[in-house]
Design a binder for this molecule. Sequence first.
Ligand code: HEM
Length: 430
Amino acid sequence: MRLNPFTGAYLTDPASIWQRILDDPDGVHYAEDLGLWLISRHADVRRALADATTFANALTLAPVYEVCPAAMNVLMRLDAPPTTAAADPPAHPRTRRALRATFANTAERVEAEYGAIVRRRVDQLVARLAARQGDRVDLVPELTTELPLLVVLDILGVPDADIARIRSWADGQIALLWGHPDEAEQVRLAQGLLDFWHYCEELVRQRVDGGHRGDDFIGRTLAYRDDDDAVLTVSEVASLAFNLLVAGHETTAGLLAHALDQALSSPRHWSAIAADPGAVPAFVAETLRFAPAIDGWLRVTSQDVTLGTVTIPAGARCLLLIGAANRDPAVFTDPQKFHPHRADVGNHLSFGHGPHFCIGAALARLEAEIALTRLAESIPGLKLASEQRRSYKPNVAFRSHHTLLATIDVTASADVPATQAGAPAEARVA
Ligand code: HEM
């Protein structure tokens, strides 16, 4: 079968494709167009995420297609050591231990260590939007991509002045690894990725040379290694920063855009959020299930493995379709419905599962919850623009909106009579 992820329905309505794959009795398919095995059922995706012995991470951050020789020449010079998402044992447990020690990854630690940063950045951006009464704005550059990037820069101790180039490098990395750029673009993006890596190396090198450790992620991680390469090398500290600068913002940007899309597409949802901030965490959880910011993730098999009736050979790259697994009727009641109060939402796989479970899950949730709450308080009349048409960037892993056009109204109430409530996002034609 073919997934055709870079054209047609997958770019506007991926759920229709997931449904088709889930409806097929096999559930596991080889996609000839990508050279990837597609795994769609919840039980199989969960197993693959959890079983690091059979489903390895060695190629998770390698391009999904054969890059041209000129781009490959550039990529060969990228000597970032594998850490966390790109690593298997023994490097994975060691680098993950370092990350857990220096990066807050539980709700309590995130609130204590990053809560003030998140609130300050949300307030800045929401105030800037609220000052544009009557304007039509694109929430993607103005809020959803900006907020997580500013937060992760603060956490890492990276200067705000570098935001533009980090955004461009991170976007480029996602397009290069999981998108479908032409050859000239591959070379340009590969060069950008190499520059990005050298930037991270330099960031860490300056701290080491200056003897200044500081109470930010880079300072803490250098203190954690305590000059012991067996704990973590300086290059691994740079590699962790390199990964966090992408993982920490592109994903949460997707979550924010999906949550706002769902909330604003149905005035019923938006008014519920405005009326009861206590409802926001469940709304965010259902957004994660229904419209995951990463809806496909990669593993490579280290041995033959049989799922149902299909045997995947050793050395095969697999695309775990998290988006499909989150709509598997074997696990979720009425899975095609966006239902903010569903009881089974906790089974979603949007942050992965098992040894590589997302380190930033608690931070992403906090950012989304505070952003939605403050936005609904300050701009209750926020509305999607009538010309908004949903479409996503061509990519097999990151599901991100091109635009989210909305009009600012700080005076109108979020309350609308039930008869005026528009069609929910999941029912709208993109
Ligand atoms: C909505 C936001 C996010 C989503 C949907 C998301 C999703 C994921 C997924 C699917 C994985 C792979 C898990 C697996 O292989 O089992 C992952 C891993 C990871 N995420 Fe996130 N993520 C988000 C936010 C963040 C943030 C904010 C950070 C850090 C600032 C972060 C850092 C990481 C890291 C370091 C890993 C690798 C963990 C490991 O391999 O041990 N993520 N994330």
